[in-house]
Design a protein around this ligand. Structure first.
Ligand SMILES: [Zn+2]
Length: 612
C-alpha cells in the first residue's frame, strides 16, 4: 500500500538570497527524502513558499525605495532559480501573498476563536507621533536594559541574546528615522497556548521513538522550563493578512496577522493551492485529513520550537472547526472523511552549517550563495558535499579544501570513474551492447552472484537510512557499495582477462554493469542530474525523475509565479527502488564522464571571495 508523504519545508524569508546553509538545512534534505519516496512508489507532496509578510521585508523596501511587493517578488524569483538549479523538486513552491493563503490563515484564526483559544488584550507599544502609527518591534532600536548594548532591537538583544520586553527599551529610536517615540496602548489578539500544553506534551511523547534527540530534547526542555505561554498573533502593520474581525470593529483595519502565526500555516495552504492549480479540489486532504499520512517538516534548529510545539498546538487547537469554517461542504475523499487536521509525523531539524570556521553572515558576505555557486560548479557536486557534510546531529563546516577533496576522491574517483570506465570499456569492446546473447540469461560465477547480492541488499540498508532521515549515513552506505564494486573489478581485471577469454571478461563486465545500474537508483535521490545522465547511457526509455517548471497563478491579489514538478508516468512499475534487471545484449548509448575533477587552485580563489 503506498503511503501518503507530505514533505513540508521551511519557508524562506523574502529579504535575502539563499545560501548553502539554507540549502543543506532544509531544502536539500527534504528533496532527497521526497525523491526517495517517489522512487518507492509512495504518494508524495512536497511544498513550501516565500514568507513574504512581516517587518524585515517592509524595512528592506523602505531602504531600497521600492514597494514591498517588488522586494518580496525579487527574492522570490531568486528562490525559484536556486531550487530549479539544484533540482529541489517542489510540487508547489508558492508564497504567503496569495488569496488562498489569506483565506486559509483567516479560517485558522476563526477556528481558534470559535474554540475559545483566543483573547484580546491591551499592551504598550512604541508609537511615532510624526508618522501617526505604531512601529513594529523590529523598527525600534535602543539600549538594552539588561546589558547596556546600544544597538539592541526592541524585542531582542543580539549582544546578550535575551528576548526583550519592547516597552522597557532605553533611548528608543525608529529605524525609519522618525522623531521622538512614545508608548501607547494597543489592542491585540493572543492565542492561549497554556490550554494546549498537555496535548503538546502527549504529542511529543508519542513521537519520541523516531524524533531526533536534538529536536525532542530541546522541545521538552523548553516546555518544562518556560511552559507554553500566550502569544500575540496580530500586529500593527500595513503589509500582511487582514485580521478577520467583523466589519465595523474599529481599529483593526491597521492591524494584520502576525507573520510567525500565518507563515507556518503555509504548510496547510500550499497543499490546498496545489489542489486548486491541479484541478483536484479535495486532493490536499490525502495528506491533511488522513491520520495515516506522514508529514515531515524540514527546518533549521532555530525553528524547532515553532514546529514541534506551537504549530502542533494550533492544529490541535482548531480541532474540527477548521474544516467546518474553511469548507463546509467538502467533496468525498478517497481516504475517508477525517474531520481534524493531521499532525506532523517527524521534524528532522538540522543544526547549522558554518563556513571556513565562522558563522555564515549574509551582510558581511561570509557566505556561499546558492545562485552564485551554480555558475561555477555542477549541481550534483554541490549536492554531494552538502549531503556528506549535512549538519544532522551537530553544526558542520563548509571548507573549500574539503569540498575539492571530497569531489575528487569520492565523487569522481570512487563513483564517477567506476561508472565511466566500465561503461566505456564495455561500449568499446562489445560493440555498444551489454555482454551476452539477447534473450539468454547470463551464467554467472559464485563471485559474481555474491557481488550482486551484496549490492542489491543496499536497497534495504540505504533505504532504511533514508526512511529514518539519516541522509549522511545513507549516502555513505551507497558510496561504500561503490567501493565494493571497484574491489571486485580489481580482483577480476576484465581489462587483462579479455585478452585471454572474452566470455569470462564479459561475465565480469555484465556483473559490474548490473551493480552500477542498481547503485544508480540508490544514488539517484542524492545525485539526480548525473544519475539521470547515467540512466541515459544505459539507454532506458523512461527517465528516473520528472520535470520542474514554473507557472503563473492569478488571483484577486494579482499574480504570482510558482515552481512545480511533473512526475514521470510509469505504467507498469509501482516502485523503482529495486535491483536492476539489466538484460544481456541490451543496446547502450555512448557513455561519457559524469563528474568533473576540480583543480586545487579553486580553494584559494573561493576563499578570496569571502568577506569582500
Ligand atoms: Zn543585551
Amino acid at each position: 500500500m503506498p503511503e501518503n508523504i507530505l514533505i513540508a519545508i521551511a519557508w524562506p524569508y523574502s529579504n535575502a538570497e539563499i545560501h548553502v546553509g539554507n540549502i543543506t538545512g532544509s531544502h536539500l534534505p527534504g528533496d532527497i527524502v521526497a525523491r526517495y519516496h517517489r522512487l518507492k512508489g509512495n504518494h508524495v507532496l512536497m511544498v513550501s513558499g516565500t514568507d513574504s509578510h512581516g517587518t524585515p521585508v517592509v524595512i528592506a523596501a523602505d531602504k531600497e525605495g521600492k514597494t514591498v511587493e517588488e522586494v518580496y517578488k525579487k527574492y522570490h524569483d531568486t528562490f525559484l532559480e536556486v531550487f530549479k538549479g539544484y533540482g529541489i523538486t517542489y510540487d508547489l513552491f508558492t508564497t504567503t501573498h496569495t488569496e488562498n493563503h489569506f483565506k486559509v490563515s483567516q479560517a485558522m484564526f476563526l477556528a481558534l476563536e470559535k474554540n475559545g483559544l483566543l483573547f484580546k488584550q491591551f499592551s504598550k507599544q512604541w508609537y511615532s507621533p510624526s508618522s501617526n502609527k505604531f512601529l513594529p518591534d523590529r523598527y525600534v532600536e535602543g539600549t538594552c536594559y539588561i546589558c547596556g548594548f546600544e544597538g539592541a532591537r526592541s524585542d531582542q538583544c543580539d549582544n546578550c541574546g535575551n528576548v526583550l520586553e519592547p516597552e522597557r527599551l532605553l533611548n528608543p529610536r525608529a529605524k525609519t528615522g522618525d522623531g521622538a517615540l512614545e508608548l501607547r496602548d494597543t489592542e491585540h489578539y493572543f492565542i492561549d497556548f497554556s490550554k494546549l500544553e498537555p496535548d503538546v506534551k502527549n504529542f511529543l511523547k508519542e513521537r519520541a521513538p523516531h524524533m531526533r534527540d536534538t529536536v525532542l530534547g530541546e522541545s521538552l526542555r523548553k516546555i518544562e522550563a518556560e511552559g507554553l505561554k500566550p502569544r500575540a498573533i496580530t500586529r500593527d502593520l500595513d503589509w500582511g493578512i487582514p485580521v478577520p474581525v467583523p466589519a465595523g470593529d474599529a481599529g483593526w483595519e491597521t492591524k494584520k496577522l502576525y507573520v510567525w502565526f500565518e507563515a507556518v500555516i503555509g504548510y496547510l495552504s500550499a497543499p490546498i493551492e496545489w489542489s486548486q492549480v491541479t484541478g483536484q479540489k479535495d486532493a490536499w486532504r490525502d495528506w491533511w485529513t488522513n491520520p495515516k499520512a506522514k508529514q515531515f517538516h524540514f527546518i533549521g534548529k532555530d525553528n524547532i520550537f515553532f514546529h514541534t510545539s506551537l504549530w502542533p498546538a494550533e492544529l490541535m487547537g482548531v480541532g474540527s472547526a477548521f474544516m467546518e469554517i474553511f469548507d463546509p461542504t467538502p467533496g468525498p475523499s478517497p481516504t475517508g472523511r477525517g474531520e481534524k487536521l493531521t499532525l506532523p509525523y517527524d521534524v528532522p531539524a538540522n543544526q547549522f552549517m558554518n563556513l571556513e570556521g565562522k558563522k555564515i553572515s549574509g551582510s558581511r558576505n561570509w557566505a556561499v550563495w546558492g545562485r552564485d555557486a551554480l555558475t561555477r560548479y555542477d549541481p550534483d557536486a554541490l549536492r554531494y558535499y552538502l549531503t556528506v557534510n549535512m549538519p544532522e546531529a551537530k553544526d558542520s563546516d563548509w571548507d573549500w579544501a574539503e569540498f575539492v577533496a571530497r569531489n575528487n576522491n569520492e565523487l569522481v574517483a570512487t563513483w564517477g570513474n567506476l561508472a565511466n570506465r566500465v561503461l566505456a570499456f564495455c561500449y568499446k569492446n562489445w560493440d555498444g551492447h551489454v555482454p551476452g546473447d539477447t534473450g539468454e540469461p547470463m551464467s554467472l560465477r559464485d563471485g559474481d552472484k555474491q557481488l550482486l547480492a551484496t549490492i542489491e541488499n543496499g536497497f534495504n540498508t540505504v533505504g532504511a537510512e533514508l526512511e529514518a532521515v539519516r541522509l549522511r549515513s545513507a549516502l555513505g552506505e551507497a558510496m561504500k557499495l561503490a567501493t565494493v564494486v571497484n574491489q571486485y573489478l580489481d580482483t577480476n581485471a576484465p581489462w587483462s582477462a579479455i585478452k585471454v577469454d572474452k566470455a569470462e571478461a564479459g561475465k565480469t563486465v555484465y556483473t559490474a554493469l548490473k551493480a552500477i545500474d542498481s547503485l544508480k537508483v540508490m544514488f539517484a535521490p542524492f545525485l539526480p542530474f548525473t544519475c539521470e545522465k547515467l540512466h541515459g547511457f544505459f539507454n532506458y526509455e523512461t527517465p528516473i525523475f520528472g520535470e520542474q517548471y514554473t507557472e503563473t497563478v492569478k488571483d484577486s491579489l494579482g499574480e504570482h509565479t510558482v515552481l512545480r514538478y511533473r512526475e514521470v508516468s510509469r505504467d507498469t512499475i509501482s516502485t523503482y527502488w529495486k535491483p536492476s534487471e539489466l538484460k544481456p545484449g541490451k543496446k547502450l548509448n555512448q557513455p561519457g564522464p559524469l563528474f568533473k575533477k576540480l583543480e586545487e587552485s579553486v580553494i584559494d580563489a573561493e576563499r578570496g571571495r569571502l568577506g569582500k
